[in-house]
Design a protein around this ligand. Sequence first.
Ligand code: NAP
Length: 238
Amino acid sequence: MSTTKKVAVVTGGNRGLGFEASRQLAKLQYQVVLTSRDEAKGKAAADKLQSEGLDVTFHPLDVTSDESSQKLAEFISQQFGKLDVLVNNAGIYIDEQAGNDSVFDAKIDTVQQTMETNVYGVLRVTQALIPLMKKQNYGRIVNVSSGMGQLHDMGGGYTGYRLSKAALNALTRIFASELQGTNILVNSVCPGWVKTDMGGANAPRTPEQGVNTILWLATLADDGATGGFFRDKKAIDW
Ligand SMILES: NC(=O)c1ccc[n+]([C@@H]2O[C@H](COP(=O)([O-])OP(=O)(O)OC[C@H]3O[C@@H](n4cnc5c(N)ncnc54)[C@H](OP(=O)(O)O)[C@@H]3O)[C@@H](O)[C@H]2O)c1
């Protein structure tokens, strides 16, 4: 299968912001590869979007696995021969279930697990997929970060999550720096506080509202921003 459409990969696409970003990209006529670490959940999510008439393909991806990331790259290469958009959305927030101790009591294991998914996962998946963008000198990479990673406004607690999103923002800067002069644009986004399994029922934003800036960054024109951090389509402090 080859396609004249732009091809987009979304990580953690089976629920929450990743699911809604997949839906909205498909509505914009992107060929979406919805990925999920759980095959049954990912297939069910893709089926639901297909039943809405959208062009969405499922492929498994656990962002903590080198093998899984490489298999996804091979699949995209064989099926489409290129990649236009990567939404690094998959993330975990486990400080609270681990007790959300003061930083002085934070469990190192919780912090390491969080870094493994939220930071090294993004590095691993991007390393695997970047050749598919470089070969066509086009790409839009959106790293789904959080205001909780802002150094400018750093608070206490939630050590693993805060550290991981601050490090993810650094990764955005490093990617953008190495891709300077290419048409591959890389940005971080804070979606705001969104009603998902992670955000909880009290969050004020719907997933549709939460993915607005993700979609905007995924579809930037060639003269669009790179190496930035955005909320509501406006640059925010690191
Ligand atoms: N909701 C908010 O208020 C909010 C605010 C700021 C930033 N964010 C960020 O937005 C992103 C999406 O959050 P959300 O609210 O949609 O959370 P969510 O509902 O908890 O969804 C998280 C997604 O990440 C996936 N995931 C976790 N570990 C993975 C792994 N190793 N490999 C592949 N997928 C994995 C989950 O898959 P499973 O279903 O298999 O667990 C799920 O699809 C996250 O990066 C989060 O930090 C959210």
